[in-house]
Structures are given as C-alpha cells and as structure tokens.
Ligand binder design. Structure first.
Ligand SMILES: Cc1cc2nc3c(=O)[nH]c(=O)nc-3n(C[C@H](O)[C@H](O)[C@H](O)COP(=O)(O)OP(=O)(O)OC[C@H]3O[C@@H](n4cnc5c(N)ncnc54)[C@H](O)[C@@H]3O)c2cc1C
Length: 408
C-alpha cells in the first residue's frame, strides 16, 4: 500500500532537470505561482557549452525583456539560390528577430527564475528516478555526494539528448537535424541582415546561414544524415567557405569558436506521463523550418503554465490529468507538421535545378512584396500557403504539400 504523503513531505513541488533557457523560463513561471522549485544543472555554469545561432524571436524576447543581451537586431535576409539568384527581403523599420549573446541570455533567464524564488543546484544531475502514484524520488549526484529528494513532479528540460526522456522511455522526436556553427571575425556581410545559402553541396535539404552577432558573425549549416550521406557538417561548412561560389565572402574570416549540436524537431506523441513532463528540446519542440527552439519552447510553457501549476498545487499529476496539458499543444503539433510539409515542398525535396526555378519566382518584385508583407520567420505557414494558392508557377509544388498544408 502506498504511504499517504502530506504536502510537507515533498522536498520540492517540482524538480526541473536542465538550466537552459527553457528550464529557466519554466522555473520562473512555476515559482511565480508560489511553488517550491529546484533546478538541477549538470554543468558548473549556465550557458556552456554554447550550441546556438542565438536568434530569439520578438515574442520570446518580450516575454523575458532581455534586450540588454542583444548583439544585433535582424531586420532582413539575403537568400541565395545554388546558382546565385538573390532574394533580398526585409524592411529596416521592422525587426524580425534578435541576435543575442546566448551565454548572457541563458544566464539572465535562469537568474529571473532564482529571483522569483526557484533554487538551483549546479554541477548536479539526476542519476535515478523512482516514480509511483504518490511521489517521485530523485537520486542526485552533487559535488557534495549523492542526495535523495522527493518531489511531486519531475520536468525534463534537459535538451536534445534528454536523460529524463530516455530514462522514462518517452519516445523520440520525429526528426533530428545536425547543426554545426563557427563564430568568425571578418565576414563580408551586411548590417542587420542574415545571409542564407542553399544547394546540395553546402546544405542538402536545408540551408546554410551567416548571422551578424556584433563584432563577429555566426556561420552555420544544418542538415540530416539521410541527405548528407558520408559527409559531415564540417565538410559542408568547409565547402561553403572554401570551395563554393561564395568563398570570396569568407576569405578574411578568422574562426573564434566552433560548436556542433542537434536540432530535435517534431513534438513527441506524448510529452507527459505520470508525474513527469518534458519541455523544450527534450520534447522535440524546435521549428522544422528554422531550427529555432527558444520561441516555440517559451510558447509551449506560456500555453500550459497556469494549468500545470494548478495541477501541481492539488497534486493531481496522474497520467490522465497530465495528458490534458499535453493535449493543449496539439495545435502546435499540427502547425509544425504543416511547416515541415512546406519546408519539404519548397526546399528539402527540391533538386538544385528545381530550387533555381523557385528562386526565380521568389525574386520577382511582386513576390518579394508578398514575402515582406506576409512573411514571418517564426510562422511561415500563411506565406507558404498564399504562395501555393496564388502563384501559378508554384501550383505543381502544391501537389507535394497539399495534404498537410492546404487541407489540414
Ligand atoms: C547549430 C544550432 C543553432 C541553433 N540556433 C538557434 C537559434 O538561432 N535560435 C533558437 O531559438 N534556437 C536555436 N537552436 C536550438 C536551440 O539551441 C535549442 O532549441 C535551445 O537551446 C533549447 O533549450 P533547452 O533549454 O530545451 O535545451 P538546452 O539549451 O540544451 O539546455 C539544456 C540544459 O540542460 C542541461 N542538462 C542536460 N542534461 C542534464 C542532466 N542529465 N542533468 C542536469 N542538467 C542537464 C544542459 O547542460 C543544459 O544547460 C540551434 C541549435 C543548434 C544545434
């Protein structure tokens, strides 16, 4: 027979594994509801190792107000076809996204949670979880030895390779992209604009990017193993910077840092189970079109925080009650599938020749106007759908995307 526990018998109301931006944001939201929160972070400091292009969308930025971490506002993009057709978009008065210092950003998000009352243990990670209907027991490796704590619920915000997700066998995201990025000085770019390069030799199925970040720029590629075969992301980056038609833009670049990481996309079939919930990369919440995880990760938390806090307060955390929280992100799941279908139709499933044809249409002044008026980096669905419906040259692409985009 399980022993009945009173509120005080739990050390914490929730233990959050991972002090990335998503763990930090979740901790702040729950601590503000007067819940007792502990964040566990396996590293000795927040925001290392750094694995991100550092773009934060306007809505996510507003929810944390960390404008002092901004390196450069990004208001436009120059997108190049494999053969060099340029599509230049953006309006200087409309910031589309912010390029931030991710280390400062992550630290500041976590500090906000601590100011709201959350505790944090650094250099600490869970090594065992025992979950039953009454409680969760977490065994934690800390610099001071092994500690055991009880909590009502454990939250996995522990990134792409989530220990919580793997330990509790909660499935895998639909797709995992691999990304590689280097930080350079000396890139020949344009202030406020990100550059995007396409082509099967440099970023098969996806795109390569250069993002201005203050004094330096972040040069990255992402793709999937099914597209790059024997090659590595490092090979692709090398191709972009040294052998492609764009190598002249990189000739004065000096590398100052390099990072490799995964981009898990395709929200898990179930992000919750008895006394457990997954968030951010652990739940597979990155956008299939941009690889951005901070915006959708915050949006997920905004969507469920209040209901989740109420369930924690009344200790109603069985599988069925928590599945109501999971259901709330069905709309996000659907919108990610539609965005993926659009990405596939326009980019991932197009050969270089087909991409050339697409770029020729995108480069027309009336289409550029449509992109500037309707396009949003974070939500490509309205623009993609409009293009498929209204631009005759794209009708044949609609066949690829029609089921997921037009009729869902
Ligand atoms: C090359 C690249 C470029 C990207 N560019 C962008 C971009 O421009 N914009 C954007 O929004 N997203 C971008 N992303 C994705 C973005 O980095 C992630 O979506 C975001 O960091 C997710 O936050 P998170 O808190 O879920 O996970 P993470 O940032 O990975 O944080 C997880 C935290 O948990 C800790 N942790 C892990 N395991 C344990 C454990 N067992 N115990 C305790 N602690 C643990 C980690 O140390 C880490 O601090 C990019 C990703 C890559 C690979």
């Amino acid at each position: 027979m399980p022993v009945e526990l009173t509120m005080d018998e739990f050390d914490y109301d929730a233990i959050i594994v991972g002090a990335g931006p998503i763990g930090g944001y979740l901790a702040r939201k729950l601590a503000k509801e007067n819940l007792r929160i502990l964040i566990l972070e396996e590293h000795a400091e927040i925001g290392r190792p750094f694995q991100c292009a550092g773009l934060v969308n306007p809505k996510a930025m507003e929810s944390v107000g960390l404008f002092d971490t901004v390196l450069t506002p990004i208001w436009g993009a120059r997108i190049y076809s494999p053969e060099g057709t340029l599509v230049e978009i953006g309006q200087q008065e409309k910031v589309r996204t912010w390029s931030v210092c991710r280390k400062l950003f992550d630290e500041a998000v976590v500090i906000q949670s601590v100011k709201s009352g959350a505790d944090i243990w650094l250099s600490s990670k869970p090594i065992d979880l025992k979950i039953d209907e009454e409680k969760v027991e977490v065994e934690i490796s800390t610099p001071y030895g092994i500690k055991k704590l009880t909590t009502k619920v454990v939250c996995g915000a522990d990134g792409a390779h989530s220990w919580v997700r793997r330990t509790l066998r909660m499935g895998k995201p639909k797709e995992t992209m691999i990304g590689m990025q280097i930080e350079v000085s000396g890139y020949n770019g344009k202030k406020g604009k990100l550059d995007m390069y396409t082509g099967s030799d440099i970023s098969p199925g996806f795109f390569a990017w250069v993002i201005p970040s203050g004094e330096t720029a972040r040069v990255g590629v992402w793709s999937q193993t099914k597209y790059i075969g024997e090659k590595s992301c490092e090979d692709l980056l090398d191709e972009l910077m040294n052998n492609s038609r764009w190598s002249y833009k990189f000739k004065d670049c000096r590398e100052v840092g390099r990072f490799v990481g995964s981009v898990p996309s395709g929200i898990l079939k179930k992000t919750t189970s008895t006394r457990v919930a997954l968030f951010g990369d652990a739940a597979g919440i990155c956008k299939p079109t941009t690889g951005g995880g901070i915006g959708p990760g915050f949006a997920h938390i905004d969507l469920i925080a209040e209901d989740f806090a109420n369930l924690i307060k009344i200790d109603n955390l069985d599988k069925i009650s928590l599945s109501k929280i999971d259901k709330k992100i069905d709309k996000m799941r659907k919108s990610q599938s539609r965005a993926r279908a659009l990405r596939d139709a326009f980019l991932s499933h197009s050969s270089d020749n087909e991409l050339e044809e697409i770029f020729k249409v995108w480069a027309k002044p009336d289409v550029i106007k449509m992109i500037n008026d309707v396009g949003e980096i974070e939500n490509p669905i309205p623009l993609g759908t409009k293009m498929l419906k209204e631009i005759p040259e794209f009708r044949r692409l609609a066949g690829r995307a029609i089921k997921a985009v037009l009729w869902s």
